[in-house]
Design a protein around this ligand. Structure first.
Ligand code: NAP
Length: 292
């Protein structure tokens, strides 16, 4: 299979390129060679490589910055996926696109199903929903949209790297304890995306690691595992705080846990199953990929 991957340099694209198995031929593009908002660059890259599948990891992911930079967030997150869908349709490729839990408002107490009503509460969420709609409305038949959440990888600025830095700078951190979700290792999402590509799984899907926690629970696990691995010199106190005590430009969903049952059924028997618990994946990432 020939796979063209956008957003090279980002954490998910790196995980995809590190987890290729079998005879796949991969063409990875950073923004310099394939800006997904440029129909010309997209056409050139797709026409040159003639992929069977395009995997779009490119996105405007600065959630707080997006609040004051809506035009750019819209270009990348909403218009770009539409351009990719047009190119996929023209060249007979499938499109696998990554979206987010932020398309939901977080007001549920039950894991979000793929057919639950969307209602984003941030610019980032609205523009990512725009990207989903651009693909669905494009006329392309062979699309897969995979919503994920709380993504981190060994490569990239994310919650894990930020916490480890803060825990090296001081012996106390305060972390929000009233938002629930599931931390997701980008390597585990990457394997699931490869399996979806190999199996030809189409439609709307949800993928995160298994289990659920709060940001405070996530930070506490990072502290415990990071200290044991020698990445944090001293034990750090992780204080729980409320969302109100930690105001940010963008609002975030209170409850972001996603129902993966449909996707897990579709992936049954592939190497991405069973989905691993978030804490086990965190331990693997910290001890195998970050340990000094
Ligand atoms: N991170 C999370 O917690 C999270 C949660 C849910 C869903 N997601 C989704 O998961 C996917 C992968 O996220 P990630 O964490 O791997 O993001 P990331 O590390 O921020 O990588 C995104 C990549 O896209 C590139 N990019 C930005 N604008 C582009 C454009 N116009 N054309 C081509 N490339 C462009 C970025 O380049 P620059 O760095 O140069 O801007 C970056 O290399 C995204 O769709 C994101 O929305 C992420």
């Amino acid at each position: 299979m020939k796979a063209l991957i956008t957003g090279d340099g980002g954490q998910l694209a790196r995980s995809l390129s590190n987890s290729v198995v079998g005879n796949h031929e991969v063409s990875l593009h950073p923004i310099d060679t394939m800006d997904i908002t440029s129909a010309e660059q997209v056409e050139e890259a797709v026409n040159d490589f003639r992929p069977d599948v395009i995997i779009n990891t490119a996105a405007y992911t600065a959630v707080d910055r997006a609040e004051s930079d809506e035009d750019m967030a819209h270009e990348v997150n909403a218009r770009g996926p539409g351009i990719l869908a047009q190119a996929a349709m023209k060249h007979g490729a499938r499109l696998i696109h990554v979206s987010t839990d932020f398309v939901f408002d977080g007001a549920s107490k039950e894991p979000w199903r793929t057919d639950d009503p969307t209602n984003p509460i941030s610019v980032y969420g609205r523009t990512k929903l725009g990207g989903e709609r651009a693909i669905i409305d494009s006329g392309l038949k062979e699309w897969t949209i995979v919503r994920t959440a709380w993504l981190y990888g060994a490569n990239g600025a994310n919650f894990v790297s930020t916490m480890i830095r803060l825990m090296n700078e001081g012996d106390e951190v305060s972390v929000v304890s009233d938002q629930m979700g599931t931390p997701t290792f980008s390597d585990s999402l990457a394997v699931a995306l490869w399996c979806m590509a190999e199996e030809g799984i189409l439609g709307m899907h949800h993928w995160t690691d298994s289990g659920e926690t709060t940001w405070h629970g996530f930070a506490t696990a990072i502290e415990e595992i990071g200290f044991k691995a020698g990445l944090i010199p001293n034990r750090t106190k992780v204080h729980p705080i409320t969302t109100e005590e930690h105001p940010t430009p963008a609002r975030r969903p209170k409850y972001s846990v996603m129902d993966k049952s449909k996707t897990w059924r579709a992936l049954e028997g592939t190497r991405s199953m069973p989905a691993i618990h978030w804490r086990e994946n965190l331990e693997t990432m910290i001890t195998e990929q970050m340990r000094v």
